[in-house]
Ligand binder design. Structure first.
Ligand code: NCD
Length: 294
């Protein structure tokens, strides 16, 4: 069975294949049309962009969409994630999109599942569809990934976006550095460097949201001092290269990760990332549907 759980599920050739397919869809190439297939979105964590852009992508492919409601489901009677997913498969859902707060939920809870899964984010683990839409956005702008200089800025430790992007950007030949407070360092990925030193060299400044819900005691209450030390201030923005881009997976904490007036500044591709997300998710769904001969 072909799933998309983590970026290492895809070969480099497949990553570029998805980028090119998503760009072709954006340019008007007709999508696969499968009004006979049912897909269910199971979001056990809050989501605006990922959930709704999957839904738009699914509807553009003609799929029948079942939005699983965690609040009124039997999860509240103690039903396990496995039994919930196997139930959705039994009633005819042929692809599941799952977001869950538990890192690695797929390996730990879903062994033996008989329906393909697209991971919409697992705790602080991975977020492959976000990574792919980020890569698409970078590739669309620069025509390449190899050789680009990228800084991932902020709450590295708790960010699934950082993890998926770091490994894949490196695999595709980009140079990646981390910026942020030591408390948010992930030693398995790399040490933090000084923002102002690397800033003028960057092609991509990728900001991350402070993951307040995952801090458990390491919460940074002083947002203003965070912004001054690690945020994209107006002064820092002016030091970026002419062609550099500013990214953020959103939701954005305005005034923390980025000055509010920069969210839609010339170099910002934050809303373009969201637009691209729909095309990338269409490409991902096509990959899962054709790959599993559905
Ligand atoms: C990200 C997520 O949920 O991991 N958002 C998203 O999917 N666009 C980033 C975040 O919430 O910080």
């Amino acid at each position: 069975m072909i799933n998309l759980i983590r970026m290492s599920d895809l070969t480099t050739e497949q990553v570029y294949g998805l980028i090119h397919r998503a760009l072709a869809l954006k340019a008007g190439s007709p999508p696969l049309h499968r009004s006979d297939l049912f897909v269910s979105n199971l979001f056990f964590e809050h989501s605006t962009r990922t959930k709704h852009s999957f839904e738009v992508a699914e509807q553009k492919l003609g799929l029948r969409v079942i939005n699983f409601d965690t609040d009124t489901s039997s999860v509240n009677k103690g039903e396990s994630l496995y039994d919930t997913c196997q139930t959705m498969a039994a009633i005819g859902c042929q692809v599941l999109v799952i977001r869950h707060p538990k890192e690695n939920y797929y390996t730990d809870e879903l062994a033996g599942l008989t329906v393909p899964v697209i991971n919409g984010g697992d705790g602080s683990g991975e977020h492959p569809s976000q990574c792919l839409l980020d890569l698409m956005t970078i590739y669309e702008r620069f025509g390449r990934i190899e050789g680009l200089r990228v800084a991932i800025v902020g709450d590295i430790k708790h960010s699934r976006v950082a993890r998926s992007n770091y490994h894949t950007l490196k695999r595709l030949g980009a140079t990646v550095v981390f910026v942020g407070p030591e408390a948010f360092e992930d030693k398995t990925l790399g040490e933090m460097v000084d923002f102002d030193t690397v800033l003028p060299e960057l092609d991509v400044c990728m900001l991350l949201r402070l993951q307040h819900e995952r801090h458990f005691g390491t919460k940074l209450s002083d947002i203003t001092s965070y912004h001054q030390a690690y945020g994209l201030t107006l002064e820092r923005y002016k030091k970026l290269k002419q062609e550099a881009i500013v990214m953020h997976p959103a939701p954005v904490n305005r005034g923390a990760e980025i000055a509010s007036q920069l969210v839609e500044a010339d170099k910002s591709v934050i809303f373009e990332q969201m637009t691209n997300g729909v095309f990338m998710r269409q490409a991902i769904l096509e990959h899962i549907i054709t790959g599993n001969n559905l």
